[in-house]
Design a protein around this ligand. Structure first.
Ligand SMILES: NC(=O)C1=CN([C@@H]2O[C@H](COP(=O)(O)OP(=O)(O)OC[C@H]3O[C@@H](n4cnc5c(N)ncnc54)[C@H](OP(=O)(O)O)[C@@H]3O)[C@@H](O)[C@H]2O)C=CC1
Ligand SMILES: O=C(O)[C@@H]1CCC=N1
Length: 254
């Protein structure tokens, strides 16, 4: 299937890197020099500078610009796309429908792991395009269909933004090991292995059971865990998801 990505930023490139394995990819952006650099890294893609009258007739569009750029970019699009798949945080289907012409509209929230074909993507929108959307995003990781935009906004707060939260945890754990005297490269290697192993376990175990099976009476885990609770890490994570969800709602009102 041919997919046209509009926008050439971090997320467009991550998606292209993952999707290129199973799809024909065209990237349209406003800066041809940036597009040429991207094409050097991914020679299979085609690139195109965004015209003032960019004809999207019949195309399956993955819309990858920043939410604030929706209005200015959509003013340059003419014709009727087949499916418009947006990755814009917060931006409502209603707003997409008003500004871009397409047969069907889909909102998605992938994450940066699309580049390694391991995105956790949530999708909602027109049922007529459900199969095509699920196929596209299942080819670069896991995809879940939800029935409301509120669910998608919550998914944005956890799986869209989540890689940044987990990266903070990973960096902090490595810093802890370095503080205790372990070399940086060894600390990073341990953290990578830790995330990989824990992620495998979480596929089959509830987090609370996993925690209980690691924590020995009077042991090292209990000592470390008490510090996390004292510092309010659990509540900080809950607040982070809440704040990100609220921000998604706020973006949707603009
Ligand atoms: N980063 C992430 O992990 C995720 C991001 N998203 C969503 O993906 C979208 C893109 O984010 P991300 O890739 O991180 O952002 P970037 O800033 O890396 O990319 C934004 C892209 O939009 C283009 N753009 C911005 N303004 C205009 C304009 N007025 N006209 C034409 N093109 C424009 C930029 O062009 P140029 O390069 O020329 O500046 C760039 O290609 C956002 O809507 C975000 O909500 C969704 C899931 C995860
Ligand atoms: O920070 C953002 O707004 C985007 C949406 C999800 C990840 N990045």
């Amino acid at each position: 299937m041919k997919l046209t990505l509009i926008g050439n930023g971090i997320m467009a490139q991550s998606l292209a890197r993952g999707l290129i394995k199973n799809h024909e990819i065209e990237i349209i952006g406003r800066d041809i020099e940036k597009l040429k650099v991207i094409q050097e890294k991914m020679p299979q893609i085609t690139i195109k500078a965004l015209d003032d009258q960019e004809d999207i007739t019949g195309k399956n569009i993955l819309f990858c610009v920043k939410p604030y750029a929706l209005q200015s970019v959509s003013a340059r699009l003419v014709g009727n796309a087949n499916v418009l798949l947006s990755i814009l945080a917060g931006t409502k289907l209603e707003s997409l429908r008003k500004q871009i012409k397409a047969k069907h509209y889909i909102r998605t929230m992938p994450n940066i792991a699309a580049s390694v074909q391991n995105s956790m993507t949530t999708i909602t929108g027109d049922n007529e395009a459900k199969i095509i959307a699920m196929e596209i995003f299942s080819s670069i990781g896991q995809a879940i269909w939800v029935n409301t935009e509120t669910q998608l906004d919550i998914a944005t707060a956890i799986a869209g933004s989540g890689p940044a939260y987990l990266a903070l945890v990973a960096e902090a754990l490595a810093d802890g090991a370095v503080k205790a005297g372990l070399e940086r490269h060894l600390s990073m290697q341990l953290v990578q292995g830790l995330f990989s192993g824990t992620s495998s376990l979480l596929k089959h175990s509830h987090p609370a059971i996993l925690k209980d099976s690691v924590m020995s009476p009077g042991g090292t885990t209990a000592a470390g865990y008490a510090e996390l609770e004292k510092a309010g890490v659990r509540n900080a994570m809950i607040s982070a998801v809440e704040a990100a969800f609220e921000k998604a709602i706020e973006l949707g009102k603009k």
